[in-house]
Design a protein around this ligand. Structure first.
Ligand SMILES: C[S@@+](CC[C@H](N)C(=O)[O-])C[C@H]1O[C@@H](n2cnc3c(N)ncnc32)[C@H](O)[C@@H]1O
Length: 186
């Protein structure tokens, strides 16, 4: 994983932190034939990590600052197998061809998940910090199960703490827990 400090950053544009990226990448089980859509690419943290491990990434964000930041990081890490798309994911992903989805931006998540269902995307990983979103996402994914499809949803909640040096040793500084929800259809 690339260290958080090595990414180009601008104020107000979030990044998925290194440890959360590591688990999310693991859950995506990427291979060199995968084409992934990154919904809400933010600073491009996940975009860069995914592009290094798969065939192609479509990186979508509705924020101009996020697109600018991701572009800088694509250049910084010499990533060529990626197209940046500015817009609301729910408006733009329908016409893209991909086989896996990573979702880091959850505005209109219900519409987005329904588009992914319609497109028969079999592998979806979502990160969310908002409890209500986690419940909503799990409910929607459970309703994907038409036609007796066999699917699996795994849910992990990750709390990362970082060691900080103090006079007497080190203390652990906690970050907000993130829920990672993975949907896989057989
Ligand atoms: C937590 S950040 C993602 C961080 C990113 N994964 C990274 O590693 O840098 C969420 C981003 O999702 C974007 N976003 C949220 N909902 C969206 C939507 N429906 N369509 C497009 N972008 C969206 C926000 O603008 C924000 O930049």
């Amino acid at each position: 994983m690339i260290k958080d400090d090595d990414f180009f950053r601008i104020d107000g544009v979030p990044i998925t932190k290194e440890e959360i990226r590591a688990v999310s990448i693991g859950k995506l089980q990427l291979n060199h034939n995968d084409v992934v859509v990154d919904i809400g690419c933010g600073s491009g943290g996940m975009t860069v990590e995914m592009a290094r491990r798969c065939k192609f990434v479509y990186a979508v964000d509705n924020s101009e600052d996020a697109i600018t930041t991701t572009k800088k990081n694509l250049d910084k890490f010499n990533i060529k197998n990626c197209e940046l798309i500015k817009g609301n994911a729910e408006d733009v992903i329908y016409n893209l061809e991909f086989n896996k989805a990573f979702i880091g931006g959850t505005k209109n998540i219900d519409i987005i998940l329904n588009i992914l269902k319609e497109k028969n995307i079999k592998h979806i990983v979502v990160n969310t910090i908002v409890l209500e979103n986690a419940v909503k996402i799990i409910k929607i994914m459970n309703n994907f199960k038409n036609d007796n499809e066999i699917y699996d949803i795994d849910i992990v909640n990750i709390s990362v703490s970082y060691g900080k040096k103090i006079n007497t040793g080190h203390m652990m500084m906690a970050r907000n827990p993130i829920t990672i929800i993975t949907y896989r259809k057989k």
